[in-house]
Ligand binder design. Structure first.
Ligand SMILES: NC(=O)c1ccc[n+]([C@@H]2O[C@H](COP(=O)([O-])OP(=O)(O)OC[C@H]3O[C@@H](n4cnc5c(N)ncnc54)[C@H](OP(=O)(O)O)[C@@H]3O)[C@@H](O)[C@H]2O)c1
Length: 240
């Protein structure tokens, strides 16, 4: 006689889908992260500045809303109907190049506004919902913080500041159950990398870069870490 399988437990309470907010959802990495999380069964809130693009992306997903935010401007209030947030992934960012001597202050301010101040403000606004869900925050940083920053001082400085922000947030929120992870990708085949390569005067060679999907896989890896562990940060370089 075969072994009897245990009776299936009937759930009386409908299980809540985990909720993820992806900032910069319309970008190369943001889009891949959005798709990966959707396939994992997350309900999504897509954030970014292009409302039409967010709306049309959301329409193609099984469970998604959108929250237009221009990180270079005041971050609007969180939509009232947004439930507790299990995962916040920061994928928005801008790149700018120029020497310290040449780059005007306005450019420095714009890079910091999007890559740091907007991220800080948006995270602050979501903290009550993240605390309620003991959520995770994943920040897409860059290996630029570990390399020469010549010719890209504003971008590198903003990413270094983002690293410190993540570290502080991690220490401050750990006892409330929030876990913060920074991922440092090398070159990724996106629009931003096209801009980087144009500035470097070299060809765009996607076969030598990470795909956005690989960065998304790294985000899933972070989220799959068992609760007794915490991937605080890691570097993800192209294998070629
Ligand atoms: N590509 C790389 O090689 C690479 C390497 C390491 C790290 N990163 C980092 O990865 C992140 C994503 O980059 P990506 O390669 O996916 O670049 P991307 O394709 O250019 O996407 C950038 C995203 O940021 C959004 N964004 C830009 N300015 C914004 C603003 N003021 N308010 C709100 N959203 C804004 C863009 O929205 P719009 O579509 O409206 O412009 C877009 O969704 C960035 O933080 C970048 O620094 C990239």
């Amino acid at each position: 006689m075969g072994q009897l399988s245990p009776p299936r437990k009937e759930s009386t309470v409908a299980e809540r889908k985990p909720v993820a907010v992806v900032v910069g959802a319309t970008g190369g990495i943001g889009r891949a992260v959005t798709m990966a999380l959707s396939e994992e069964g997350y309900a999504l809130c897509l954030s970014g500045r292009d409302e039409a693009a967010l709306k049309s992306m959301a329409a193609g997903l099984p469970d998604a809303t959108w929250w237009p935010v221009d990180l270079d401007d005041a971050v609007p209030d969180v939509p009232l109907d947004l439930p507790d947030v299990d995962v916040l992934v920061h994928c928005a960012g801008v790149f700018d190049s120029g020497t310290v001597y040449d780059m005007p202050e306005s450019q420095w301010r714009q890079v910091f506004s999007v890559n740091l101040f907007g991220v800080v403000e948006l995270t602050k606004k979501l903290l009550p919902r993240l605390r309620a869900a003991r959520g995770r925050v994943v920040l897409v940083n860059s290996t630029v913080v570990r390399r020469s920053a010549a010719g890209r001082s504003a971008y590198a400085a903003s990413k270094e500041a983002l690293r410190v922000f993540a570290e502080a947030l991690h220490q401050e929120e750990l006892d409330r159950g929030i876990r913060v992870t920074t991922i440092y990708p090398g070159r990724v085949a996106t629009q931003m990398q096209r801009t980087v390569r144009r500035g470097e005067g070299g060809p765009f060679e996607p076969s030598r870069y990470l795909t956005p999907e690989t960065v998304a896989a790294a985000v899933l890896l972070v989220l799959a870490t068992p609760p007794d562990g915490h991937l605080t940060e890691f570097v993800l370089k192209p294998a070629r």
